[in-house]
Design a protein around this ligand. Structure first.
Ligand code: AGP
Length: 614
């Protein structure tokens, strides 16, 4: 996700755009830039880092002008850098353009443009669009706004775009497909564009939300006109904003964590988009493709991570060993780096990290590299330290995760690990073609099933109200649901401050069962699968000691329903994919309990989003 902001009107544009970018930094903050229309020339300032870096850079420059476009980036193509920052400009500097989304056919378009003499400065997909606009404008002899409309008929992917031209100082052109874009109409004749209403609401509450494949032409004299990309004029649907600023930044949710829990259908889809196809039966983790043979022939794969990422690694171990028959070890990075591990060039070390900056995980990789191991990464932040140090890796594409408690990053990490296990198993021939296709099809269906699980939110909130004052909680699971139990316990303890432990269900008899009484909630993942009957027995053992059981079950389960105190159903899914669904109710349960306890859900006490110190 990136943030885009634009202004055209009687006032100085730069201060409005910069303030708007700061409001959108939650959408991405690895670099930012602004282009100002200064009567016959575009002035462009862009810098890596937060918006404050841009402000410092532009502080002594000419920032005057009544039209400007600005962008704060969450990198998807091309590392964070000054040159990869938006706005991107045409070769003659006359057109500037900002973009949120992904141009999926950028490579094909880029090759055509290079053949026609276009020289690219950046490694981004977006730069293709501004050169395509310039190419069409000259070839068809049309104004830049028409050229943009024509160009978008050649683009495949998602976009929220705003463009300006030094030849048209009184105009902005905006277009949208799949990425949000809203136009604000000021009472003083000014116009605003932004990714959401957050940068606009303090100036006007009159807005138009663009629909897919709509193009807005804003002209200070002629006003706002709306077209579709087939050039059919459309009637703008004006709305009055109701949400206040604070709520808008969170997309209308009370907390970033809840917003990010509910983003998971989209973030899981974005994670596997372009990386699998069940009909054609392929998986493609492009970033590590050339290392797959190395992984298959390695002594072992060693996953190093911390916290939630370590739990994702544990899920990965179950999946990769079961499907691809490759030896996997999962290590706490903080322990691995100090225990003088036996490592050599036949080992592959995989770091999992949302932030890509966790000190222990980075240090573990540096140790592995020094011993000749191959080092790979699974990160969410493009261009992060871990992403930069590794030989190769895969990004999770979950978008910025603001809540300290990791939610969508976890399910995205598990998605990448699932793709990795499937790809390795298929390459090694340890999975049948039919099972391979079945799991691919089931993975493609996961986002819709996550939506169904999210619909149990109100019911989970009722359960939370019953157990919000419990001093302790125990989470149990077997197989790849054991790491889910660990993750559920971590979520509860880190945001509600209730002591919670996750355990393999069978381990209960080796100690934790002594804790069980009528005051102890036991959360059990009891979905259909190989160990279902064993888990049912564990539930019986808990009930025999008057423990309160909250069970996560497969839709339609009657057996556990007759035993447990509360049952939360998730859609039927292959056992390999249960972690992607079973985690969601545990995220919601911990969220609601923490809110009811008056805790600071997004910034829990003593915690940081990225632990960059040892
Ligand atoms: C999880 O909710 C916590 N935020 C924490 O355990 C986190 O997973 C851990 O610090 C690792 O962070 P990373 O994924 O950015 O490396």
């Amino acid at each position: 996700m990136c943030g885009i902001v634009a202004y055209i009107g009687k006032n100085e544009a730069y201060p409005i755009v910069i303030k708007g970018l700061k409001r959108l930094e939650y959408r991405g903050y690895d670099s930012s830039g602004v282009a100002i229309n200064q009567n016959g020339a575009l002035q462009v300032y862009k810098r890596v880092g937060k918006v404050s870096n841009l402000e410092d850079f532009a502080a002594n420059q000419d920032r005057s002008g009544h039209a400007a476009i600005g962008h704060t980036r969450w990198a998807t193509h091309g590392e964070p850098s000054d040159v990869n920052s938006h706005p991107h400009t045409s070769m003659d500097g006359k057109i500037a353009l900002i973009h949120n989304g992904i141009i999926e056919n950028y490579d094909v378009l880029k090759q055509e443009l290079v053949k026609n003499g276009y020289v690219f400065k950046s490694a981004t997909d977006t730069e293709v669009v501004v050169h395509l606009v310039d190419y069409i404008q000259k070839k068809e002899n049309v104004w830049f706004g028409e050229a943009l409309r024509l160009a978008l008929n050649h683009v495949v992917g998602a976009y929220a775009i705003v463009a300006m031209s030094s030849d048209y100082p009184n105009r902005l052109v905006a277009a949208r497909k799949s990425s949000p874009l809203v136009v604000g109409i000021g009472s003083d004749g000014a116009y605003y564009c932004a990714s959401d209403a957050t940068p606009i609401v303090e100036y006007t509450k009159k807005v138009v939300y663009l629909n897919d494949e709509e193009v807005a032409v804003i002209d200070l004299e002629k006003g706002l006109k709306l077209y579709d990309i087939a050039d059919q004029q459309k009637t703008p649907f004006f709305q009055e904003l109701e949400l206040e600023l604070e709520a808008l930044e969170k997309g209308g949710y009370e907390h970033f964590m809840l917003k990010e829990i509910h983003e998971q259908p989209r973030s899981i889809h974005d994670c596997f988009r372009g990386r699998l196809n069940s009909e054609e039966a392929w998986v493609a983790l492009g970033g590590i493709r050339e290392y797959e043979q190395k992984m298959i022939s390695a002594n072992r794969l060693i996953i190093v991570a911390c916290g939630t990422s370590w739990h994702a690694g544990l899920v990965g171990e179950y999946l990769i060993e079961d499907l691809a028959r490759i030896n996997v070890e999962v290590e706490y990075a903080s322990e691995f780096r100090y225990r003088n591990p036996i490592l050599n060039e036949n080992d592959v070390v995989i770091a999992i990290s949302q932030s890509g900056e966790t000190a222990d995980t980075l240090a573990a990789l540096e140790l592995a590299k020094s011993k000749g191991a191959t080092i790979l990464g699974i990160c969410n932040v493009v261009g992060s330290s871990i992403a930069r140090i590794t030989d190769a890796g895969s990004y999770t594409h979950a978008g910025p995760e603001i809540g300290v408690a990791s939610t969508k990053a976890f399910t995205a990490q598990v998605t990448v690990l699932t793709l990795m296990a499937l790809s390795l198993a298929h390459k090694k021939g340890t999975i049948s073609e039919s099972k391979f296709r079945q799991l691919l099809a089931e993975l493609e269906a996961i986002p819709e099933k996550v939506k169904r699980v999210l619909q149990t939110d109100a019911y989970i909130e009722k359960i939370a109200a019953i157990y919000k004052d419990s001093p302790n909680a125990l989470y149990l699971g077997r197989g790849s649901s054991f790491p889910v139990a660990l993750e559920g316990a971590l979520k509860l303890k880190e945001i509600s401050y209730i002591h919670a432990e996750g355990y393999p269900a069978a381990e209960m008899k080796h100690g934790p069962i002594a804790l069980i009484d009528e005051n102890m909630p036991i959360i059990v993942i009891a979905t259909q699968g190989n160990s279902y009957e064993k888990v049912v027995s564990n539930i019986q053992e808990v009930k025999a000691r008057k423990g309160k059981v909250i069970a996560i079950v497969t839709e339609g389960d009657e057996q556990v329903r007759n035993m447990a105190d509360h049952v939360i159903e998730i859609p039927e899914v292959d056992e390999f994919l249960v972690p992607l669904l079973a985690t969601i109710p545990l995220q919601l349960l911990s969220y609601h309990i923490a809110v009811m306890r008056g805790c600071n859900v997004d910034q829990p006490r003593n915690l940081a989003k990225s632990v960059t110190v040892e």
